[in-house]
Structure formats: C-alpha cells, structure tokens
Write a protein that binds this ligand. Sequence first.
Ligand code: LLP
Length: 412
Amino acid sequence: MFRYVDGRLWCEDVDLAEIAERAGTPCYVYSARTILDAYKTYDESFNGVPHMICYAVKANSTLAVLSLLARAGSGFDIVSGGELFRVLQAGGDASRVVFSGVGKTPAEIEMALANGIRNFNCESESELAELDAVAAKLGMIANFSLRVNPDVDAATHPYISTGLRDHKFGVDIHEAPAIYRRSRVFSNIRASGVSCHIGSQILDYSPILEAAGKVLALVEELQANGFPIDHVDLGGGLGIAYKSADRAPEIGDFVRALKERIGRDRLAVMVEPGRSIVGPAGVLLTRVLYRKKTPSKEFVVVDAAMNDLIRPSLYRSHHDILPLNHAPDTPLVADVVGPVCETGDFLARDRAMADAQPGDFLALSSAGAYGFVQASNYNSRPRAPEVLVEGSEWRIVRERETFQDLIRGERI
Ligand code: LLP
C-alpha cells in the first residue's frame, strides 16, 4: 500500500507529504488496508480448520489499530493488564483473548478472569498454583495451556529468539507431561491446550513447523491420558521483509504448511502473529534537519530518534529509508541519526540512500510493528503522533504528546 505516484510516496490514496506537513514530524502512519489484508489472509488460509487468530497486541497496541482488528473478528494475545485494558477499550471481545507472558501478577490474573478471557498460556508450575488460587477466590475454572519450550532454534536475532533450552520462556517440553499430571491437584484450572512460541522475525518457518510437530506429539500423549486438550497455540513469529532484497514468506503459504503439519479435525489452532500483521503497514515519517560531514563520514541529521524507533539501535535492524519526494538521485552513503545525545542514536548506518537535504521528508519503512510501542520520552522528547490512513482519508489517531504530558503525575 506504500508506493510512488509521480515520484511522490503515497500510503493507500494519500500523499504522505501532506500528512508530514499537516501532522508534523516525526509521525507514524499506518495503512488500515494493509493491516486488514494481512489479518484476513491468516484467517482465510485457515479455512476448514477450527482456528483463532490472536493478534499479538505488543506489536502495536494503538486503540485505532486494535479496533480495526476487533471489528474484523480478530482475537488478541496480551501480555499485561494494560494490554487487556486497551483491547477492551478498543471493543475487543474478552472471550477471544489469550494471556501470555512469564510474569503475570495476581492482580492481572484476577482482572483477566473477571473479564472472562479465553485462556492463560502459563509458563511455570508456580504460575499454575497462582492461577488456581485466584480462580478459586473468584469461584471460577480457568482454562490454561502450558507454554512449552521445544528446544528448536528459530535462527533469528538472539534478543528475540525464545525457544531454546536456556531461555526464560516456557517449561521444558520433556517436563511438561509431569507438570500437567501434577496440575490435577488444582481444582480450579483446566488443561485446555498446549502453547509455544519460539521467536520473532523468523524468515525460514521450518523451525516453527518442527516445534508444531513436537507440540502435537505432546498433545496426543496428554489426550491419551485424559486431559481435555482442545487446542494448540503456536505463537507468532513470522518474519517480514525489512530490506527490499529480503525474501519473506507469504502468510498464506505459512498457514497452509501449518495446516498440513497439524492435519487433524477437532483440534483448534491458535496463532499469535504481531509483526506480520502490522509491520509492513507502518512508516515513520521524519524531516531532515541538517547535513554534516566529518573527515570520515557523512551524516543526515533528522528529527526522529532512537526514542521514536529503537529497533536499529537495539537490534541493529534495518529499515529502508525512502524519500517522500523522489528526485533523480545523486547517490549518497550516510549515517542517518537523530537528536538524542548518544552515539547509539542512529536509524541507519553507512546507508546508500537518496541525497536528502535539510527540509526534505523521509519515511522509515516497515515500522508498524515494535515501533511506537517501544517509543520512550528519553531526552524529554514528546512521543510522536500516529495517523491511520483508510483509502483517501486519513486521521490522527493519537496526538503528539505535549510538554505537559511529559510531566504528568510528577511532584516536586
Ligand atoms: N506471542 C508471544 C508469546 C510473543 O512473545 C510474541 C513476541 C508474539 C506472539 C508475536 O511475535 P511476532 O509475530 O510479532 O513475531 N521488539 C522486538 C520483537 C519482540 C517480540 C516479542 N514477542 C522487535 O522489535 O523486533
């Protein structure tokens, strides 16, 4: 949905320069159509198999984005009480919510139970005990899946790989049968599934299929032992193309491969995609402030920084940088840096890019996932606004923070 029309970068049917000028920069812009297309591709490709797409809220939790997905029928994967609050505020259906995460607090568990969420993906035996205690207090039965660690290598960045034996996530798959067995002493929880999630930005999905195979073997064993397992939750993780040269898998191919691997009726499948739904749908718009040259380098100083988009600094990740106004290129190789006072504040290093001059607008592409949600107020920079484009319409769905927002709740 992002393409050049007569040398100008458009999102759906809107010229992005118009948004940059009217909403100011830095500014996140999302294409509603791209988000909905990705969601629908997941949903439709699972045709014929009972399934639930639980969008991973952590990737982008803006109300307008959640509301789009809720209206399309999506479920949600949450990892905190705050995310549950957002989902409910956006009109999401609690009975289509699963709660993941290694450190749910008793208060979060209670909030989730009281709102009637579908399932808890539990990550330890002591969490099962807590879930049972809270459910007993409320006089309820809580559905749980144990998140198992299948010990497969997702072959992605070490910070976002989660399925190896020494990671903090899940329980060792070999210990899972005994934990399910011991969970029988708890009378307020019910073993309804098995879950796993091996990592994020996975470009070769064969490790996910391998993990699914191991999870299915466990499900068979549990069902044979009388556990009421009715679903598997295979997590998220499908990667996207950050560089034009990247070859990202098609969502439809991935889902069909999963279906083939699972291939059993009655067992429902859940997935928790985040990045593959919202990542390609967003850009971060920024304006060039200055150009400068040192004896060894050329710098493009822009008004967006690591506090707006931390992925390049944190993971050395690549986001293509596109000029909003495409002029015939004088090739430039430069570092694109922001105003934050850290050498680690860069959006790109040694990047071949358009010869952008002060005042020009640029777009950092594929910034819809883990962009705004990881933004901070570091250097007392107000967080950027967010804009949603739908066809030829666009609107600000989150206002730019003000200086007053920066000190909200503070006392001297
Ligand atoms: N389910 C669970 C249990 C997860 O931990 C995650 C992501 C997802 C689903 C969604 O994964 P996705 O489909 O988006 O790959 N901040 C990092 C990514 C962290 C991912 C954490 N967990 C980044 O900017 O790349």
